[in-house]
Design a protein around this ligand. Structure first.
Ligand code: RB5
Length: 146
């Protein structure tokens, strides 16, 4: 499993911590920037990571900004992306079980507490399917009619 990781300048340091967590969890990652503290616009990074996930270059993505909110809004503009801002392990598990989320967004300013558990659950939980599949199909219809 290859995970695309991206952050804006506010998430730069936190991204290093996240990549370390992934290594500890035995997960491979590819860093799509940002690589410096120079301000960047989160939609640019979200677009790059989103495309890497939908075109199959990576299996999942992680996006980090100050709050995680901007990244989640931006990533969900990429057709085929289901990005979820997860502040705790419960949300991370549900985002996979019910929403088949393919990108997890994290807020650097929230801090590091519990992040390894959040990531561990997100990447080890399978989509439940069933009634949730029908709902995902409606999301695709929404994308196609927009
Ligand atoms: C950048 O200043 C900040 O707006 C960004 O990191 C993020 O928190 C946006 O949602």
């Amino acid at each position: 499993m290859l995970i695309a990781v991206g952050s804006d300048h506010r998430g730069l340091e936190f991204k290093k911590f996240v990549i370390q967590c992934l290594t500890e969890l035995g997960l491979e990652s590819q860093d799509f920037g940002s690589f410096s503290v120079e301000p960047v616009d989160y939609p640019d990074i979200a677009g790059t990571v989103g495309k890497a996930v939908v075109n199959g270059q990576c299996n999942f993505g992680i996006l980090i900004c100050g709050t995680g909110i901007g990244m989640s809004i931006a990533a969900n503009k990429v057709k085929g992306i289901r990005a979820a801002l997860c502040c705790d392990a419960f949300a991370a598990e549900r985002a996979r079980l019910h929403n088949n989320a393919n990108i997890i967004c994290l807020g650097a300013e929230r801090g590091e507490e519990g992040v390894e558990d959040i990531l561990g659950l997100f990447f080890s939980t399978q989509f439940e399917g069933g009634r949730h599949q029908r709902r995902l199909e409606k999301l695709v219809e929404m994308e196609n009619s927009a």
